[in-house]
Design a protein around this ligand. Structure first.
Ligand code: CTP
Length: 477
């Protein structure tokens, strides 16, 4: 890669870098810009996270810089870790002293010893993350790249600076990070580095689930998430962190009848949806839409392979998976459950007949998430037959049009009963009871079936008629 000094100088010609440089020179401290920020400079990815390493006094340098920045900056010092962070405008600047570290086997917490810049670079995760720009005045902008990260950037390779067994056992999160960078940046993992992930995979279990999931979510949000998942699977990590997903693997054949490999199908659906949305939870829905296929799989001599109710069983599996993975137990999880549960409905609609009442029911059940559901269903078409794909997509267009038509007419997307339960209780002088429940659901059913319009007067008359049939008498009051 041609290193353009002018570009580096132009990039570093910012007040904040100049100020750090000046301060470091005054203190006689060697200091460098390092890590992800330098990598992202070469990849033209703008970044606001700045890591600065000082040979010796990281915290002191941070304090002096913060003082010069004045009120507009805020500093936090983490004495135990020997680091300090300054928040200034949109930047987060992390200062650390150069370290030479050794790690205890069963903990991420390093035993820290002061070191040289190169000691510090050696203990970083990947060559592309170990490059540094000098910030001192006389060498301002000089690239220090002892492990040839520039070459690896050019070759699109993730590789550890040290023996990968050491780098990964020092911090097992780096195994996830290697795969995450491969998926995010479209890089390959150097074979020797990748083999070491397989050898060290069990050490993933010493990490907190939150940190693992943070990386997994970054993989899910990457442009082509299947890249990351296939690497996780090949390295043996997926089986440890997400066994429900590896259970989808394999395609069985019986009496000459096969079924698709649901693991690769799921990954194709995830890649498809990644082209349409950055919504993490919609991407999670794609990942989990068929999660119950292994547990519901049956062989029926008449029907072949069946996966009855895999959508409902899948909906029930979501909370267990979310709990174990420390994912949020809130409306985001409920949304994923809803998507998993409804993911076959639009297809069933197309396969049968797109009747108004079926469309109303779908609108009622999906509510405001109907567009996301349609996006999921379209992503779920993974047939290799282009004619079939075209036909399905066309049919979905019809469904989308019909959804709009019906919603405009009947407004059932956020259904609010036109006659409410309290009013019904008052009219018949009844408390909340079975009869009231029956009346309420009869009104809803009549609207969804199209027997009456979604309007108050029609619903009121219908309710009176239904009540009379049930033998209910109006209240005397
Ligand atoms: N680093 C490391 N080992 C880790 C985490 C980080 O060696 N487990 C080093 C790398 O040099 C990395 C730098 O610390 O570049 C900053 O880490 P971080 O901000 O977490 O990640 P970035 O590499 O900047 O990438 P991203 O912001 O995409 O997470």
């Amino acid at each position: 890669m041609e290193i353009l000094q002018e570009e580096i100088q132009a990039h570093l010609n910012k007040k904040i870098f100049k100020l750090i440089s000046e301060t470091a020179d005054e203190m006689g401290v060697a200091c460098y810009l390092i890590g992800g920020y330098v990598r992202d400079f070469f990849l033209y990815r703008p970044s606001k996270d700045i890591d600065v390493v000082a040979v010796g006094q990281g915290i002191e340098l941070a304090k002096a810089v913060s003082e010069k920045l004045g009120k507009k900056s805020r500093i936090s010092v983490f004495k135990n870790f020997g680091t300090a962070q300054i928040k200034y405008k949109e930047y987060e600047i992390e200062f650390v002293g150069a370290r030479k570290e050794s790690y205890r086997l069963d903990s991420r917490k390093p035993i820290v010893e002061d070191g040289t810049l190169e000691d510090d670079q050696r203990r970083r995760d990947f060559t592309i993350n170990a490059m540094a720009f000098c910030l001192n005045g006389n060498r301002y902008g000089e690239l220090l790249d002892p492990f040839n990260g520039i070459q690896d950037l050019e070759d699109l390779v993730i590789r550890t600076p040290l023996d990968p067994d050491i780098t990964f056992s020092d911090d097992p999160l780096r195994m996830m990070r290697a795969i995450r960078f491969a998926s995010q940046l479209g890089f390959d993992i150097y074979p020797d580095t990748f083999d070491a992930i397989g050898r060290n995979k069990e050490r993933i279990s010493i990490l907190s689930m939150e940190r693992v999931i943070d990386e997994l979510n970054k993989i899910i949000l990457s442009p082509k998430p299947s890249v990351g998942f296939i690497l996780l699977e090949k390295a043996g990590l997926l089986d440890i962190i997400f066994p429900e997903l590896t259970a989808l693997k394999g395609a069985e054949t019986k009496d000459g009848v096969g079924h698709k490999d649901n693991f690769y199908h799921t990954l194709t659906v995830l890649d498809n949806i990644a082209r349409q949305t950055d919504n993490l939870w919609l991407r999670w829905s794609a990942l989990l839409h068929d999660i119950a296929k292994p547990v519901t799989k049956r062989w029926d001599p008449r029907l072949g392979w069946t996966f009855h109710n895999h959508n409902y069983i899948g909906e029930k599996m979501v909370p267990k998976i979310f709990r174990r993975m420390k994912l949020p137990q809130n409306e985001k999880m409920k949304y994923v459950q809803k998507m998993v549960s409804l993911h076959m409905r639009p297809m069933q609609l197309v396969e049968e007949e797109v009747t108004d009442s079926a469309v109303r029911r779908l609108l009622f059940d999906a509510g405001d998430d109907i567009d996301d559901l349609m996006t999921l269903c379209e992503a779920d078409i993974t047939s290799k037959n282009p004619e079939k794909v075209r036909r399905f997509l066309n049919n979905f267009k019809v469904v989308r049009r019909k959804l709009e038509e019906i919603e405009e007419k009947d407004r059932v997307r956020n259904f609010q009963p036109p006659v409410d339960g309290n009013e019904i209780m008052e009219i018949f002088g009844l408390p909340q009871c079975r009869e009231i429940g029956l009346l309420k659901s009869a009104i809803k059913e009549a609207i969804l079936e199209g027997e009456i319009p979604n309007e108050r007067e029609a619903a009121f008359q219908f309710m009176l008629k239904k009540a009379a049939e049930m033998g209910l008498r109006l209240s005397e009051e």
